[in-house]
Ligand binder design. Structure first.
Ligand code: NIG
Ligand code: FE
Length: 419
């Protein structure tokens, strides 16, 4: 039996970022509209947002409902982050790859010599479900302490039907305590034992893994790593279509290392999101702008790999694409659970404004996960997922970079973390 959710009254926020707006994804100029209320307050009830407004206008009702008062004087209150692209479940780390890269090897060279995703797959194979759950929970506590309360979680380090189902089981167990959205990423790397039998692996995924994941309701989305050294556009089309036939919505890792046409595939399939996009061309940008496929940018990966190429974020925004930001948390290319640092990268490397970065990491990310009706903004009726940041001006969140500004995290109306 869980305790009833108390009513909370957050009062006197120096800036309350509501992100209130029409129920459509934020494109172009609307990406920078944060719906700020100075001296704002939020009243929650039963895990949801009851009212949002100027503090003075909420005081009487808060008193009548005997809400617990949380004074936010001098601070920023905003929706908690929605991280729409993570590879949360893995075993051990890849510090060896990290050092090898610093000594000159590239990500793809390491992958070809047995490191990379194949190495993580070996580690997962040797780990039990409880061990994988425990490691992931340690990371989740860090995410929450840095202000993220909803995460999309991909499989992908199984490289085998039984191991992928094991990871789905790990995610399923984690969902008892955390709001996670499961994605089956069966086509992440070609397993070593299928080195010369690519079609056999694809068949196995299509005939066994996707149907099993869908039947057990362990995945909501299906993803593919469509890139040089991974899977081709045709491979991914085939698998993502099978996924759709089983009710899994498509997402695509697209144009990270090279332009392959994966973005066009994502749009053709009506995918929820095309992610990375470092190498998109002008036609891809135009097509994304005309589509409802979210362009999810992952600057943590370019940063951590020490690359000079970042996705053309400004061109995407100005063309009218729906831009989201995510951590890409994974052991190989972006081991950070701090979305605030991703905002700093989005500003300094991608040239987003702080306001654009905040919308991209909240409301637009919620759209890409098909949860914008419930998450991503502070509006009456939405889930009370919010954070209190120890800054007086929201622009200081990316500005004072690589530190944690979050002093309180609230999930469904409960304080789940406090500094
Ligand atoms: O999103 N691009 C493919 N997948 C991950 C990296 C996975 C890994 O190297 O372990 C990514 O960057
Ligand atoms: Fe990824």
């Amino acid at each position: 039996m869980s305790l009833p959710v108390p009513s909370l009254f957050f009062r006197n926020a120096a800036q309350l970022l509501t992100l209130a707006g029409p129920p459509v994804p934020r494109r172009g100029k609307s990406l920078a509209e944060l719906g700020i209320i100075f001296g704002g307050g939020v009243l929650t009830l039963g895990g949801k947002i009851l009212r949002v407004g100027r503090t003075a206008d909420l005081v009487t009702e808060a008193r009548r409902r005997k809400a617990k008062v949380i004074d936010c004087r001098g601070r920023v209150v905003m929706p908690s982050f929605v991280d729409s692209h993570t590879h949360l479940v893995f075993a051990g780390s890849r510090v060896n790859d990290y050092e090898a890269r610093l000594r000159g090897a590239t990500y793809e060279e390491i992958a070809r010599s047995g490191g990379g995703i194949q190495y993580s797959a070996q580690q997962v194979q040797g780990a039990s479900v409880p061990e994988l759950v425990a490691q992931a929970e340690g990371f989740l506590r860090e995410f929450v302490a840095h202000g993220t309360t909803t995460l999309e979680v991909k499989t992908g380090y199984g490289l085998d039907v039984a191991q992928e189902l094991k990871i789905l089981e790990v995610i399923h167990r984690l969902r008892r305590g955390w709001e996670l959205i499961p994605t089956l990423l069966a086509a992440h790397a070609l397993p070593a034992k299928y080195a010369n039998r690519r079609d056999a692996y694809l068949d196995c995924v299509a005939r066994q893994l996707i149907p099993a994941a869908a039947r057990k309701r362990l995945a909501e989305f299906a993803d593919c790593f469509c890139d040089r050294g991974a899977f081709t556009v045709d491979d991914c089309r085939k698998l993502l279509r099978v996924g759709q036939q089983h009710g899994l919505i498509a997402r695509v890792h697209a144009e990270q290392l090279q332009r392959t046409g994966a973005t066009k595939l994502a749009i053709e399939l009506g995918a929820a999101s095309a992610d990375h996009l470092d190498h998109v061309n002008a036609a891809d940008i135009r097509s994304l702008a005309r589509s409802n496929t979210v362009a999810t940018l992952l600057p943590g990966a370019s940063f951590f790999l020490g690359l000079k190429t970042y996705p053309p974020a400004r061109r995407l925004i100005e063309a009218g694409a729906i831009v989201a930001l995510a951590s890409d948390f994974n052991p190989g290319t972006s081991p950070t659970s701090n979305m605030q640092f991703i905002l700093s990268l989005a500003c300094s490397a991608l040239r987003l404004t702080p306001a654009e970065a905040i919308s991209a990491a909240t409301i637009n990310a919620a759209y890409s996960l098909r949860r914008a009706d419930r998450l991503g903004s502070l509006e009456p009726g939405k889930q009370a997922d919010l954070i209190v940041m120890d800054v007086a001006d929201y622009r200081e969140i990316p500005y004072y970079f690589a530190v944690n500004h979050c002093v309180m995290t609230v999930k469904a109306g409960r304080v789940i973390w406090k500094k």
